[in-house]
Design a binder for this molecule. Structure first.
Ligand code: PEP
Ligand code: MN
Length: 338
């Protein structure tokens, strides 16, 4: 159930509705909009009569929500979520958000150099892994907290907000101390305790699609974060497992317009992990923008051949400059800008 408040409803009206929701043993989550607010009611609504909410002051109407992902669904909120990162930077606005940086933070010098270069090319945020979820336990696992310190230094040097992955609920506090945006990786999309913990941390979260997750499972994972009163979830398509072995994963671009029909959350695309091939990153970035993605996540390194992790899918800084230029007409063609 969604309770739509009148445009002129006061804070007192909203608080009163939230109190009434709690008084009957349900949970209320306020979804703030620019022109009006709506309140999602979570729990078994049959405890009260259907017209119970409509008579409360400030309420315009109550609407049943059919989708199981009530907070992520467009049924309850038909305006797009825009995530404000500070410094005037946004994800989900008219401008395409580009999050660029190396797979892993390797040294202070490396991440500071990349930060300045991607900023100059027009990136929105800097990424870099400090806790790496590696398939092979004998490979580089990341610089861990030392890496977070270098990443924060790169934020200072460049002014870019920073994004890094958090692997476990125990690490959420530590990673939140440094990072502006928390990333939940594909291998953790259904780690429900981690989803709750990043939800509670209150920072924006990039939720990467599980490599074998259906769209519904993806939205239900987002719902775990939203249900902690954290509205700042960014969905990220990063490729799924199919029979095809020519690319590392199969980048499912159709998921972008499909998700746009289902959710108000911003959607970004990661062609680096999605293809595993450097040569495919530029064309798939263009494809992603053309089908309506709100942003891109691109692995970038000064010398990809020497990258500690994911070199084959990483583009160099010159290729990144070029990509940012080439994306301009594509963005404009679909009513967006870089
Ligand atoms: C990453 O972005 O560094 C990463 C490990 O991605 P994924 O979880 O999509 O594999
Ligand atoms: Mn990587």
């Amino acid at each position: 159930m969604i309770i739509v408040m009148k445009p002129d409803a006061t804070k007192k009206d909203i608080d009163h509705v939230l109190e009434r929701i709690e008084s009957v043993g349900l949970k209320g989550v306020l979804l703030q909009g620019t022109s009006r607010n709506v309140i999602a009611v979570i729990g078994d609504e049959r405890v009260v009569p259907a017209d119970f909410w409509d008579v409360l002051p400030g309420v315009e109407k109550s609407v049943p929500i059919l989708a199981p992902y009530k907070l992520a669904s467009k049924e309850g909120k038909d305006f797009k979520t825009v995530i404000h990162l500070g410094n005037g930077k946004k994800i989900g606005g008219e401008q395409i958000a580009v999050i660029a940086g190396p797979c892993a933070i390797e040294s202070k010098e490396q991440i500071v150099e990349i930060a300045k270069r991607v900023r100059d090319a027009g990136a929105t945020a800097l990424r870099g892994g400090a806790f790496k979820p590696r398939s092979n336990p004998y490979t580089f696992q990341g610089l861990q907290e030392e890496g977070l310190v270098h990443l924060a230094r790169a934020r200072e040097a460049s002014g870019l907000p920073i994004v890094t992955e958090v692997l476990t609920p125990e690490h959420v506090k530590l990673v939140s101390k440094y990072s502006d945006i928390l990333q939940v990786g594909t291998r953790n999309m259904q780690n429900f305790l981690l989803l709750r913990a990043v939800g509670e941390a209150g920072k924006p979260v990039i939720l990467k699609r599980g490599m074998s997750a259906t769209i519904e499972e993806f939205l239900l994972a987002a719902e775990y974060i939203l249900a902690q009163n954290n509205p700042n979830v960014i969905l990220c398509e990063r490729g799924i497992r199919t029979f095809e072995t020519h690319t590392r994963f199969t980048l499912s671009l159709s998921v972008v317009p499909q998700l746009k029909e289902m959710t108000h959350l911003p959607i970004i695309v990661d062609p680096s992990h999605g293809t595993g091939k450097r040569s495919l990153v530029n064309p798939m970035c263009k494809g992603a923008v053309a089908v309506g993605a709100d942003g891109l996540l691109v692995e970038t390194h000064p010398d990809p051949e020497r990258s500690f992790v994911d070199g084959p899918q990483t583009i160099n800084l010159e290729a990144f400059d070029c990509l940012m230029q080439e994306l301009k007409p594509v963005a404009e063609a679909v009513g967006r800008r870089m």
